[in-house]
Every structure is written in C-alpha cells, then in structure tokens.
Design a binder for this molecule. Structure first.
Ligand SMILES: *[C@@H]1O[C@H](CO)[C@@H](O)[C@H](O)[C@H]1NC(C)=O
Ligand SMILES: *[C@@H]1O[C@H](CO)[C@@H](O)[C@H](O)[C@H]1NC(C)=O
Ligand SMILES: *[C@@H]1O[C@H](CO)[C@@H](O)[C@H](O)[C@H]1NC(C)=O
Ligand SMILES: *[C@@H]1O[C@H](CO)[C@@H](O)[C@H](O)[C@H]1NC(C)=O
Ligand SMILES: *[C@@H]1O[C@H](CO)[C@@H](O)[C@H](O)[C@H]1NC(C)=O
Ligand SMILES: *[C@@H]1O[C@H](CO)[C@@H](O)[C@H](O)[C@H]1NC(C)=O
Ligand SMILES: *[C@@H]1O[C@H](CO)[C@@H](O)[C@H](O)[C@H]1NC(C)=O
Ligand SMILES: [Ca+2]
Length: 549
C-alpha cells in the first residue's frame, strides 16, 4: 500500500483580524508613498472570476476564493515604472507569497497568484515593468531603466511595498514570507536571495534562467550550430524524435530499470554513432556523418576561445523540447538569443548576419554590461543562510529550454564558494533534479514531475492548488519549504507525482522520490515501480577507498 506520511498541515485557514479598511482604490491610496498610485481595487466574491489577461499570462482566473484584488503602479525612475498585483483573501493564513515571470515576458502573474491565494496566502506578483510575451525582448531596446526593473528592481520593490499594504490591510503582521517561481521566475528568486536576503524566509526556485549573459547567448549559439538549413550538418526537426528514441533506447536501461524514464541522463554513456546512416538504412531516420558533428555539439558543453567554459549542454533526453531552439527550419535563430543580444546588449535594430558576426566576444560584452544586473551569479548566499533563510532549487532533466547542467553548475559554484567559508550548504539550500521533467512542468513518458512548484498547479487547471490527494510536506515542495522554515525540519526526498493525463481527477499514474543532489533514486528491485516506496535515494558519490598493501 501507498504510505501516507502524516505531516501536520500548516496552512491553517485562520480567520483574519478585522480589516482596517474596505477594498476600494481610495482606501489603499492613503497607504502609498509618493511614487505609487492605485490602478484598481476590486472585491471578488467566492467562486468569482478575475479577468486581467496580459501577453505573458493570457488566461483568466476562475473559481477564486473571496478576496480583494489590488493593482498598484510604481514610478521606478524618470523614464520607467512597473505594476504589481495583490490578492488579499478574506481567509488569510498570515503568510505572504510572491510569484515570478517567464522569459522576457511582462505581465502580473495572476495565475500563480490564484494557486497561492487558494491556499490562503496573500499573493503578490509584478509585471516587471513592461507587457510582452515570453519570447519577445523588443521592449528592452534603449530602455536601460526598464531592463533594471526586469532584472530585479520591480520584484524587490513590489515585495517590500506589497508587504506594507498587506499588513495595513489586515492590521496584522505577516508571519512568514515566501517566493515560488520557475525559469525567469527561478532567476528572480535567486536574485532576491542574493541581493535582498531579508525579503523572504523561504524561496522555491525552479529551472532558473540565472546566467542570463551566457544562457541567452547559448540559445543563439545552439541555434547557429544547426544553421544554415542547407548545410550538410543541418538536422531537420523531423529527426529530433528519431534521436530522442535512440537516446531513450540507450539511456533508459542504464539506470537499472526500463520504464521510459532516464534517471541520470548526464551520466548516460550515449553512443550517437548508432544513428549513422548505412547504405541500407531508412534514410529518413538516420544521421549523416556531417549531422553527427552537430549532435556532438548538442551534447557537449559549449567551450570557446582558450577552452573557456561558456555553458553546459542539453541533457540527453530533452530532444522532445529542444525544437524550441533548434527547430530552425525558418533559418532564423532563437529569439531568446537574438532578442537579448539586439535589445539588451548591442542596442540596435540592425539586421545582423548571425552566422558571420556572432562569436564569443559578444558573450564577453554581455558579461561586461550585465544588462539590468540580471545575472544571479553571486554565489555567496551566506547572508541569506545566516538569517535563517531556506532555498529549495529544482530542475527538470528533460528541459529543452534551459539546460539542466546550468543548475548543476550553479549548485557546484555555491559549494565551491561556501564550503571554504565553513558554511554547511545543505543546512539552507537543497537541490533536486527531476528525471523526465521538461521546462518547469510536464514530462516525457509519464515521468512524475508535479511538486506544486512555480507555474505547476495552474498548468493543471485554474482551481488546482497543492498536490491533490497527497498534500503534505513529502509531496508538495512548498509545504516542504514551509516545514523547513517554520519548524526546522529539513526536506530530504520529495515525492513527485504524475496524474493520469495530467488530470488531477483521473488519479495517480506514478510517484517517485526526487533526491537531494547528488543522490539519485534507484529502483529497489522489488515492488511496483510506479510507487514511490519502491525507490531509494542512493548517494552514488559515497564510496570507501580500497587501498593496496
Ligand atoms: C478573459 O476576460 C476578458 C475580459 O473579460 C475577455 O475579453 C476574454 O475573452 C477572457 N478570456 C478567456 C480566455 O476567457
Ligand atoms: C518609492 O518610494 C519609497 C518611499 O520613499 C521608496 O522606499 C521606494 O524605494 C521607492 N520605489 C522606487 C521603485 O523607487
Ligand atoms: C522511415 O523512417 C521514417 C521516420 O522515422 C518513418 O516514418 C518511415 O515509416 C520509415 N520507413 C520505413 C520503410 O520503415
Ligand atoms: C586567449 O589567451 C590569450 C593568451 O593568453 C590571450 O591573449 C587572449 O586574450 C585570450 N582570449 C580570450 C578571448 O580570452
Ligand atoms: C547598450 O546600452 C546600455 C545601457 O545604456 C549600455 O550600458 C551598453 O554599453 C550599450 N551597449 C553598447 C554595445 O554600447
Ligand atoms: C479530467 O477528468 C474528468 C473526469 O475524468 C473530466 O470530466 C474532465 O473533463 C477532465 N479534464 C480535462 C481538462 O481533460
Ligand atoms: C522495495 O519495495 C517493496 C515494495 O514497496 C518493499 O516492500 C521493500 O521493502 C523494498 N525493499 C527494499 C530493499 O527497500
Ligand atoms: Ca529507466
């Protein structure tokens, strides 16, 4: 039988104190400093909808609990400003929760705010100072102040002002403050930990786009490896599933169980030459020797002039999603790369011949400018650790947008920075890899991925919150974080869930533990592999030395 872990639920729906004022714009106005104005304040009844779609978050909220929805505009410089939103629920759990954004997108994340307000949090999010879709960076052209808002300022200022408004509204202090976000949202969380360690007691950061100046240029470089489309080395996107099938065939069994899931893709000994065309091969499902050279680039770290490490590779197993960047049939490289170089670094609308003109010097220029101070690369997170802050970081191992290796690299840099300072890193920072999970959510071959991280609940439906059926600190990464912050109980394994067809009403397909890095889940050889208890976290790096003599 499935073990039910009995963990106290901390989300007590404590009735809030008497409200100090009504949910009207004029009531909020009195609380604001001179640089801020109220866009609106609207009472939403229980079961109500909230329709403020943006290019980044086009989906409306439905089935909300009774709350006060507030939107505030803040002037951040003579030429820039941002908006933030608050959901202040009638039944408040005395906690505050901020959500993040994605890519270059701009919009208040009312969607994740709904997931959070359903659990009783006072929820906050910012549009980061502009409106745009996730892949569109054109807003940044010659807007250095807006880039700073996107880089870190809008979130921090929103969090601080939002806290003051929340405490005034309930006439009661916030007990704990949290953050949860993925992708750019993960970067925003790490940036907060590094620059403003007082803002949050706990941060849940997924698939962080933390190394902006290298990640965006890697997106461009990886596109260019597969261009031009008429080069013999070009791999058409119709071959990606063929490569993915060969990766799965080779790497799935190497973890000890053939189940469609690659537990350790970077540890897989992948032999791509198995894909080479022979004269008798089906010529539409094999690779030429020229195409093989492109494959080698995909699965190797990007190193450049003087063997400098620039960025890690995709993990084998991300082929289902890497078409986002490499499906370059149009001949146009990824806008995640070109959009950043043009609008954030070079400040130009010039028509650039990327194959001829892009090289490592652009990465170096981006590093030296560090637009908006967006890079979350201050690995000395000891101020956050010293104030008792807790960080949970996770990344899918089939992420085809942000190579998982960049999170591994981040984690290792933190160790290299803090171990010599005698900081016990696992006391404040836990890192989890999620086998089979794609970018932030969803997975290949029904791999368990759901831990109620940033973006995840809303992706399963507007009224989904927590981990339906298993809403405890063993399965819900946010509850694990809260238990760590509020009760000092550190998470070890976190059990990820896959619902049948990602439909929470259809029951559970599989569950499997995610293990604190570098340990990995191993099938214990007996028991139903779809059950978490048939798996054990093994520390593969603990071994005893055998000495000769
Ligand atoms: C969201 O609400 C807006 C404003 O009421 C409406 O125009 C739009 O059609 C809604 N979108 C969806 C997907 O329902
Ligand atoms: C707005 O004004 C307040 C109060 O003076 C200040 O603390 C805050 O930093 C300002 N926000 C921005 C974005 O300039
Ligand atoms: C050749 O490979 C393609 C792509 O995988 C597949 O659709 C097709 O059915 C194969 N043809 C034969 C004769 O097996
Ligand atoms: C590569 O190394 C050479 C010799 O040390 C140095 O002059 C050059 O600046 C280096 N190039 C880069 C891009 O770092
Ligand atoms: C682009 O603009 C930013 C902000 O004004 C500046 O720091 C940067 O140096 C500019 N880039 C170039 C290549 O001049
Ligand atoms: C989820 O499953 C339920 C019941 O099986 C069904 O009614 C519902 O339409 C499904 N939802 C989606 C989004 O497919
Ligand atoms: C393996 O899993 C089975 C079924 O869940 C369980 O009964 C057994 O104790 C486990 N064995 C080990 C060695 O952990
Ligand atoms: Ca496997």
């Amino acid at each position: 039988m499935r073990t039910q872990f009995i963990i106290p639920i901390f989300l007590s729906f404590h009735a809030a104190s008497v409200q100090a004022f009504e949910c009207t714009a004029s009531a909020f106005k009195g609380l604001l400093p001179e640089n801020a104005t109220v866009n609106f304040a609207t009472a939403v009844p229980a079961g109500g909808s909230f329709n403020h779609p943006s290019p980044e978050f086009p989906t409306n909220d439905t089935g909300l609990p009774a709350l006060c929805a507030v939107s505030i505009n803040v002037i951040s410089s003579p030429e820039s400003g941002f908006n933030f939103g608050l959901f202040l629920p009638e039944k408040w759990n005395n906690r505050y929760m901020a959500s993040g954004n994605g890519g270059f997108g701009g919009g208040i994340n009312w969607n994740d705010m709904e997931s959070n307000v359903l659990n009783g949090f006072a929820a906050v999010s910012t549009d980061t100072g502009h409106l745009s879709a996730v892949f569109d960076g054109s807003w940044a052209l010659n807007k250095p102040e807006s880039i700073i808002d996107w880089g870190y300022r809008a979130l921090h200022e929103s969090v601080v002002m939002g806290k003051q408004i929340t405490e005034a509204y309930y006439n009661c202090q916030i007990q704990y403050s949290y953050y949860s976000g993925c992708s750019t949202g993960g970067r925003q969380g790490l940036k907060e930990v590094q620059m403003f360690p007082e803002d949050f007691d706990g941060v849940l950061a997924g698939a962080p786009a933390w190394w902006t100046s290298h990640l965006q240029t890697w997106s461009l470089e990886a596109s260019l490896w597969n261009l031009p489309v008429d080069a013999p080395s070009h791999i058409p996107s119709t071959l990606f599933p063929v490569i993915g099938a060969e990766v799965l065939k080779q790497c799935d069994p190497q973890d000890g169980l053939v189940d469609g899931i690659i537990q350790d893709p970077y540890g897989c000994d992948f032999y791509p030459e198995a894909l080479l065309c022979t004269p008798s091969s089906n010529q539409s499902s094999c690779l030429t020797a020229s195409q093989m050279k492109t494959i080698y680039k995909f699965y190797r770290d990007w190193t450049d002039v003087n063997d400098t490490f620039v960025f890690p590779s995709y993990p084998p197993g991300a082929e289902g999603q890497y078409g986002f960047l490499l499906g370059t049939e149009s001949g146009v490289p990824s806008s995640l790369g070109t959009g950043w170089v043009l609008n954030f670094v070079l400040n130009t609308t010039a028509d650039i011949d990327w194959l001829a003109e892009f090289d490592y010097s652009v990465v170096q220029l981006g590093d030296s400018i560090n637009p908006g101070y967006a890079n979350a690369d201050d690995f000395d997170m000891s101020p956050f650790a010293n104030r008792g802050g807790k960080l949970i970081h996770y990344h899918g191992l089939s992420d085809g947008l942000i190579p998982t290796g960049s999170s591994i690299y981040f984690h290792n840099q933190v160790l290299a920075t803090l171990i010599p300072k005698d900081v016990n890193v696992p006391d404040f920072y836990k890192f989890y890899l999620v086998p089979g999970m794609q970018h932030c959510q969803a997975s290949v071959n029904d791999a368990p991925w759901y831990i109620a991280g940033g973006n995840q609940p809303f992706s399963l439906g507007p009224t989904v919150s927590g981990v339906p059926g298993f809403d405890d600190a063993k399965h819900n990464a946010l509850l694990a974080l809260m238990q760590w912050v509020e009760h000092g109980i550190a998470p070890e394994e976190i059990i990820a869930t896959k619902y049948v067809n990602d439909n929470v009403t259809s029951g559970v397909k599989r569950q499997r533990p995610l293990c604190p890095y570098p340990s990995q889940a191993r099938y214990n050889g007996t028991g139903n592999p779809n059950w978490a208890e048939s798996w054990t976290c093994e520390d593969l790096y603990t071994f005893s030395l055998v000495t000769q003599d």
